[in-house]
Write a protein that binds this ligand. Sequence first.
Ligand SMILES: NC(=O)c1ccc[n+]([C@@H]2O[C@H](COP(=O)([O-])OP(=O)(O)OC[C@H]3O[C@@H](n4cnc5c(N)ncnc54)[C@H](OP(=O)(O)O)[C@@H]3O)[C@@H](O)[C@H]2O)c1
Length: 333
Amino acid sequence: MNKLKWGVLSTANIGLEKVLPAIQKSENGVVYAIASRNDRTARDAASHLSIPVSYSSYQDLLDDPEVEAIYNPLPNHLHIEWTIKAMEAGKHVLCEKPLALKREDLLRLMKLRDRTGLTVSEAFMVRYHPQWLTARETVQEGHIGKLKNVQGFFSYFNDDKNNIRNIKEAGGGGIWDIGCYPVTTSRLIFDEEPLRVASILEYDPETGIDRMGTVMMEFPSGQASFSCSTQLVPYQKMHIFGTKGHLEVEIPFNAPPDKACRVFTSQGELYSKDYTPMDFPVCDQYTLQAESFVRTVRGEQVNHVPLEDALKNLKVLEAIFKAGKSGMWEDVE
Ligand SMILES: NC(=O)c1ccc[n+]([C@@H]2O[C@H](COP(=O)([O-])OP(=O)(O)OC[C@H]3O[C@@H](n4cnc5c(N)ncnc54)[C@H](OP(=O)(O)O)[C@@H]3O)[C@@H](O)[C@H]2O)c1
């Protein structure tokens, strides 16, 4: 079967550094075209990554009939606008997280998807990594007893005022950027939706973005909590606790594409080293994401993150912001 031709909106770092090389390694897709607002930037990126076609406008790329699917890594506040434009041009879209900042936008997108039959997916690459799929399976098979608690941490340090993460109007802030990961993975592991959340959010007085947050989520069958920060030492970990055992996902989110990943399991012996590592062969979660996306486009029933899931995640993020303001528990509605 012919490889699907991808077009890329912008020369975003995540695209150039991770996602485009990953698509180029995929078995069913090629990076055919890239667009930037600046002609020189587009040509440099195309030359650097051996991409055949470059455009100096996003719309010109969308107008190219050869392009079948779009990868959209624009700043968060532009995700919806350009995903809609891409769909109106008849393209499937893999859009970076968070796909939307308002639920009305996702509902609008769902209608457009249903009318056009196009595939739209939120780029939560972690949900394709075997370490997460195995962690979920391990829990579902009862190896840690009854799942009761998930705890996580995700942080990095970036106070560059010009970075999109620190620009409020561009959808910046820690919850949108990284808080979304412990939320999506907690939902994945519980295989349920949280009922209500509480949160403490600290805002940067200069930029107005949330720079540190601590969140509690009540699920029907247990509890989850996490902290995240954009101005702390880089760290990430997820712990999954059951009545009889514990899992620790060593590098839960930025799993390296060139090193084996590990999930540790323990049965609760406090003073003995009973941490057994489950080793996962080297894989690139961005390649797995791209391959699943193309297979979904081609009508196969495979793992992907549809708009329905994006909406469930967004509802939790909205409740987190609401709880941060009210200082109360807020329902996830
Ligand atoms: N899944 C992951 O692992 C992961 C990791 C990092 C980031 N992300 C997501 O990917 C997206 C991009 O993040 P990034 O850090 O790669 O961003 P970035 O390097 O700042 O790139 C964003 C690009 O958007 C274009 N752009 C268009 N309008 C812009 C505007 N008003 N301001 C700034 N840039 C504008 C620019 O490209 P041109 O100049 O070429 O037009 C710019 O290079 C975000 O949604 C982020 O949440 C995902």
